[in-house]
Design a protein around this ligand. Structure first.
Ligand code: ATP
Length: 233
C-alpha cells in the first residue's frame, strides 16, 4: 500500500533522513521506533508532505512526493502529528469538521462522526468546548478523531502517548486497538513506548540516524537486537 524508498530530508546543513525506507501492506499496523532525533517525525512529515523530501514514496501506486499535502489527504492519508496540534481556538466540533473536509470525509460524514463519538464519548459531551481548553489526553483523542473524520485508509500516529499519564496513554492505545479491530484501516505508528508499540504491531522498523537499522516482526525484534540497535553496539 505504502512504499518509502531511499528517502532523504535535510534541514539546512543537517541530514535528518539518510536513505530510510519502509513498506506498509494494507491492513497492517506498522510501528516505527528509535531514539530521539532518529528521524521518525521527519519520516511521517515526508509521507504526509509537510517537509520536502528526495527519494520515492508511493501510495497505492501514486507518486506522493509529486503531490501537495492536501492532495495526499484526499488520497486517504491522515497524519496525527506529534504534540497533537489541534486548532486551539476552534471548538471540538469545528476541529472534527476541518478533518472531515476530504472527499471521503464529506461523503461519509455522519457515519464517521458517530464512530468518533462512540470511541471518544467525551468529545461528544464537549463538542462545543474550545479545543485549547481540553486536557492533553482529550486533545489527543480530538487529534485522532480529526484524522478519523477524513475517513482515511492510512492513519499515521506520531507518538500518541507523548506527555500523557500512563492511564491516559493506555486509553489511547485501547482506541488504536479498537480502530484496528474495526478493520478497514492501515496504521503507521511512531511510539516511544517501544514495548507497547511492538507488542501490538504486525511489523516494526527501528530508525537510527535517519536510516533503518532493523526491521521485522515482533518475534524477530528480540530485546537483545533492539538493545544493540538502540545502543549501536
Ligand atoms: P523525537 O523522538 O525526539 O521526536 P524523531 O526520531 O522524531 O525524534 P525528528 O524530529 O524527525 O526525530 O528529527 C530528526 C533530526 O532532524 C534531529 O537531529 C532533529 O534535531 C532535526 N530536526 C528536526 N526538525 C528540524 C527542524 N525543523 N529544523 C532543523 N532540524 C530539525
Amino acid at each position: 500500500m505504502l512504499t518509502v524508498e531511499n528517502i532523504e530530508v535535510r534541514y539546512g546543513g543537517s541530514e535528518a533522513l539518510r536513505g530510510a525506507g519502509l513498506e506498509v501492506n494494507r491492513g497492517e499496523l506498522v510501528a516505527v521506533v528509535g531514539p530521539n532525533g532518529a528521524g521518525k517525525t521527519t519520516l511521517f512529515k515526508a509521507i504526509s508532505g509537510t517537509v520536502p523530501a528526495a527519494g520515492r514514496v508511493t501510495f497505492e501506486g501514486a507518486d506522493l512526493l509529486a503531490m501537495k499535502p492536501r492532495d495526499r489527504a484526499h488520497l486517504g492519508i491522515a497524519h496525527v502529528p506529534e504534540g497533537r496540534k489541534v486548532f486551539a481556538s476552534m471548538s471540538v466540533l469545528e476541529n472534527l469538521e476541518m478533518g472531515g473536509s476530504t472527499e471521503a470525509g464529506r461523503a461519509d460524514r455522519r457515519r464517521a462522526f458517530e464512530r468518533i463519538f462512540a470511541m471518544f464519548p467525551i468529545l461528544a459531551e464537549r463538542r462545543a468546548q474550545l479545543a485549547g481548553t481540553l486536557s492533553g489526553g482529550q486533545q489527543q483523542m480530538l487529534a485522532i478523531g480529526r484524522a478519523l473524520a477524513s475517513c482515511p485508509r492510512l492513519l499515521m500516529l506520531d507518538e500518541p502517548s507523548m506527555g500523557l499519564s500512563p492511564v491516559m496513554a493506555d486509553t489511547i492505545f485501547d482506541a488504536v486497538r479498537e480502530i484496528r479491530r474495526e478493520g478497514g484501516m492501515t496504521i503507521l505508528l511512531v511510539e516511544q513506548r517501544v514495548t507497547d508499540a511492538l507488542a501490538d504491531c504486525d511489523r516494526g522498523y527501528v530508525l537510527e540516524g535517519g536510516r533503518v537499522m532493523l526491521h521485522g516482526t515482533p518475534a524477530e525484534l528480540s530485546p537483545e537486537k533492539l538493545r544493540r540497535a538502540y545502543l549501536g553496539v
